[in-house]
Design a protein around this ligand. Structure first.
Ligand SMILES: *Cc1c(COP(=O)(O)O)cnc(C)c1O
Length: 397
């Protein structure tokens, strides 16, 4: 039922968003994630999921999910602190802690909630939170919600962070960054950030949503890849819905950190635990991450192939060696038009526009996966070349 007063109040912002080419629309998938997907009834080669290792539809992961549901049912029934903490959740936490080389790990239902709960449990009024300005929205929101004094520093600029910290009289100082920036694909300079944070009694937290599983020889993430010791980054967070192909997130760190989160992280305490079968499936993914290093090799080969090909086409790439390979377009309408031209040719790439990225920096966010074939990447490159060509001639006077 339409509601006159509510709908009238909401209308103008929707109209404005449409007029600015910023309107968002959902597409409906009728297939598992994978290199080929069925979207609104059409078969497309997808280059927009975060299933970087091709585990979201892996038979071992599905089997573990099924077995988990057979053993433990579907719903967890309650939050972890009431009666929803199952043996599968517990075993996964222990395996994640061991894999990350940390005392403990704590599962959250989503990455958004992990960030919200962790930041707000660690800092509040009288404290300082320092964030890279390109951090993921969940970290930025967490900082705002915490009530701590929120200071942003320039992207990947440890010197700017140092000036911020030096000028701060905050009681506690939490420095939070993405390990791999989600819309740019570049990595935080963790060695320098850790040095600066530690010199000013700041605690460094890394959100490794796009690094965990993909980076480092063992797939242990950005710290592993950059040779950063655990002690330099006392708070490590990563998500399970990307490279691990399932859902949820975790924070890993010391006994004191994890116990603090169990006691004080509101988004941990006041929400239903993930279905235990999701934890069971994630345990299978975590084994594949460790046993099948070839997935990272394949992924890195596709990344190199895409970058070489895109450079040859004269495209503007970003400073990224990760699976996130945005092609910078600039104008919102042009980015949308290119995405729709690619779709005509059978390739699904999403145009990312403000406010997700800064104004004037709309981009085609291409994401690669170990499950893409060389031929599929080559096909995307040639579709990109054709689409750019079409638009060049359309726009010529
Ligand atoms: C995806 C993402 C999150 C949120 O994780 P969800 O599990 O999807 O809620 C947090 N941080 C970063 C950097 C992300 O890319």
């Amino acid at each position: 039922m339409p509601h006159a007063s509510l709908d009238a109040a909401l209308g103008p912002a929707l109209t404005a968003r449409r007029a600015q080419s910023l309107y968002r629309q959902r597409r409906t998938l009728a297939s598992p994630q994978g290199p080929e997907v069925v979207v609104d009834g059409r078969h497309l080669v997808g280059f927009c999921s975060n299933d970087y290792l091709g585990l979201a539809n892996h038979p071992d992961v599905i089997k573990a999910f099924r077995a988990g549901a057979d053993d433990l049912g579907v719903g967890s029934g309650a939050s972890h602190l009431v009666c929803g903490h199952s043996r599968e959740h517990h075993a996964l936490e222990e395996e994640l802690a061991a894999f990350c080389g940390r005392e403990r790990a704590l599962l959250f239902s989503t990455g958004y909630m992990a960030n919200l709960g962790t930041v707000t449990a660690l800092v509040g009024k009288g404290d300082g939170i320092f964030e890279d300005r390109l951090n993921h929205a969940s970290l930025l929101d967490a900082g705002l919600l915490s009530g701590a004094r929120f200071q942003r520093f320039s992207h990947n600029d440890p010197e700017h962070l140092e000036r911020r910290l030096a000028g701060s009289d905050a009681r506690r100082r939490l420095v939070a960054v993405d390990g791999v920036f989600s819309m740019d694909g570049d990595c935080a300079p963790l060695v320098d950030l850790a040095r600066v944070a530690n010199a000013h009694d700041g605690w460094l937290m890394v959100d490794d949503a796009h690094g965990f599983g993909c980076l480092g020889e063992r797939g242990a993430g950005t710290l592993d890849a950059q040779g950063v010791a655990e002690a330099q980054v006392p708070i490590y967070m990563a998500t399970l819905g990307k490279a691990l192909g399932t859902a949820g997130a975790f924070v890993a760190g010391s006994e004191a950190l994890i116990e603090t989160l169990i006691q004080f992280a509101r988004s941990y305490i006041y929400t239903t635990a993930l279905p235990p079968a999701v934890a069971a499936a994630t345990r299978a993914s975590l084994r594949l991450v460790q046993e099948e290093a070839w997935r990272r090799t394949e992924l890195n080969e596709r990344i190199a192939q895409f970058r070489d090909g895109a450079r040859a086409l004269g495209l503007t790439l970003m400073d990224s060696r990760t699976a996130v390979q945005p092609v910078l377009i600039g104008d919102d309408r042009r980015a949308l038009a290119l995405a729709s031209a690619l779709e005509q040719k059978g390739y699904w790439v999403v145009a990312i526009r403000p406010p997700t990225v800064p104004k004037g920096s709309a981009r085609l966010r291409v994401t690669l996966s170990a499950s893409h074939s060389r031929a599929q990447v080559a096909g995307l490159l040639s579709a990109l070349a054709d689409s750019l060509h079409e638009f060049a001639s359309v726009e010529a006077p």
